[in-house]
Write a protein that binds this ligand. Structure first.
Ligand SMILES: [Zn+2]
Length: 91
């Protein structure tokens, strides 16, 4: 049985490689935290830690509360994009 020529010389980048969030305890509760690799950071965001822009193409941290805030329908909808250093500094 002939082998089909593979178009994939190297493994395709798994699109969901960053989708496993980890749970982190902070002073104000538990947060789901996910790292955003530079190549997936296709937009710029405002970092809630320092108020400055997280530039497009910068690896950073995405965090959202484990439980949605009162009045919020979706905790994931409360996602915030942080500079990695700013998130680390947060208690
Ligand atoms: Zn920041």
């Amino acid at each position: 049985m002939p082998k089909r020529p593979s178009k994939h010389l190297r493994p395709a980048r798994p699109l969901n490689s960053g989708s496993f969030a980890s749970l982190v305890d902070k002073a104000d509760g538990q947060w789901m935290v996910q790292t955003m690799p530079a190549d997936l950071a296709t937009k710029s965001y405002t970092c809630p830690g320092c108020g400055l822009v997280v530039a497009e193409g910068t690896a950073h941290v995405v965090a959202w509360p484990r439980q949605a805030s009162i009045g919020s329908t979706s905790a994931v909808g409360e996602r915030r994009h942080w500079h990695s250093a700013c998130w680390q500094r947060r208690r």
